[in-house]
Design a protein around this ligand. Structure first.
Ligand code: MRU
Length: 345
């Protein structure tokens, strides 16, 4: 395999390395990931995260195992286990399906490696394409609110929603960003704030509960978020809290956009109700764990509900920004998302 390097994922001398995102921003620690157990643990613990990123990390690990001589059965088992590592982001399922197809080829070892490399390289191109489409939506001086982390840490390229913002910044549009902290795991505060700082994009960090007041005060011009899975009718599963932002945005007349590569589309899900939502550990809501250790502020046995994602109905989305273009409600109603938007305006 050729070496590859990105913000949070590297392949060097047939070894996969991931930046441990659970330690950011305090510490930049790279993990060598040699087997499925290590990657499943890293995905569960959100050491690597983001819909495209977990798919690419899984694909590259299978390719590394193929390169190291694992037999077809072992690779098939790896693909099956990794496919189940997290339930909501469909990119992971699509990637593992592609590798399962490659394993059925006569020259399966080469096919697996080529498929994983194509997924990695393809994601970079998809990010660039959707960022170009999305940046065209952005006006001068816009104050854009975003949620969770959708940048270079979450993809192999420049990101999705954050990639759009980055492109608009590079085009000197003078944008600034409201960064939702994104409870409970603080991907906004820990990761998006860090990425925007590195890029030199002006931002202000806010708690999730501040978005309503900011919109009421007319201080938000647009909301752009990413997605973990988009149903055929345009319903969007994304980080918990996204739905609330969409309701707020509609109430205040603020345009709401979802940015994702077509690998996040799931035409097999007719609507968002069919999207499985991951439930996570109670400890994440009772307190926080990070590089600085663990802090619990709730009663240690407080009962908790902790869905990692929610579903935003298509009716609340103004723009679906894909690598194939920007789609509005009329295009989505006409079926744009059932075939990746290809061929539609
Ligand atoms: O739980 P996470 O951090 O993996 O959730 C990530 C998100 O919800 C992102 O918005 C989504 O995966 C898109 S990343 C380009």
């Amino acid at each position: 395999m050729r070496d590859r390097s990105g913000m949070a994922l590297r392949v060097e001398a047939d070894r996969l390395y991931l930046l441990d995102q659970s330690r950011l921003p305090q510490e930049q620690r790279w993990l060598a990931i040699d087997d499925v157990d290590a990657l499943v643990e890293a995905i569960h613990a959100l050491r690597t995260r983001g819909a495209p990123m977990i798919a690419i990390a899984a694909a590259l690990l299978v390719a590394v195992r193929a390169e190291r001589g694992d037999d077809r059965d072992a690779l098939a088992e790896a693909v099956a286990r990794l496919r189940r590592a997290r339930p909501t982001a469909v990119n992971l399922m699509h990637a593992m399906d592609a590798l399962a197809d490659a394993l059925a080829a006569p020259d399966w070892r080469a096919a697996v490696i080529a498929s994983a490399e194509a997924l990695h390289d393809g994601d970079r191109a998809l990010c660039d394409a959707l960022a170009a489409h999305g940046a065209a939506l952005i006006g001068a001086g816009e104050r854009i609110l975003t949620h969770c982390n959708t940048g270079g840490l979450a993809t192999a390229g420049i990101g999705t929603a954050l990639g759009v913002i980055r492109r608009a910044h590079e085009q000197d549009k003078g944008v600034s960003v409201w960064v939702d902290e994104t409870r409970p795991l603080l991907q906004g505060a820990r990761l998006t704030a860090w990425e925007l700082g590195e890029l030199g994009v002006p931002y202000l960090l806010i708690t999730d509960s501040m978005a309503a007041g900011l919109m009421a005060a007319g201080r938000v011009d647009r909301v752009i978020v990413g997605a973990d899975r988009i149903a055929a009718n345009g319903d969007v599963a994304n980080k918990i809290g996204t739905y609330g932002l969409a309701v707020l945005a509609r109430h205040h007349g603020v345009p709401f956009a979802v940015a994702a590569p077509h690998t996040t589309l799931d035409p097999a899900c007719a609507t968002g109700t069919a999207i499985p939502i991951e439930q996570r550990a109670a400890a994440e809501v009772r307190g926080v764990t990070g590089a600085a250790g663990e802090l619990c502020w709730a009663p240690a046995d407080a009962p908790v509900d902790n869905p990692a994602f929610d579903v935003t109905p298509a009716a609340l989305v103004d723009h679906w920004v894909l690598d194939t273009g920007v789609f509005d409600a009329a295009a989505v109603a006409a079926g744009a998302l059932t075939h990746g938007g290809a061929g539609l305006p």
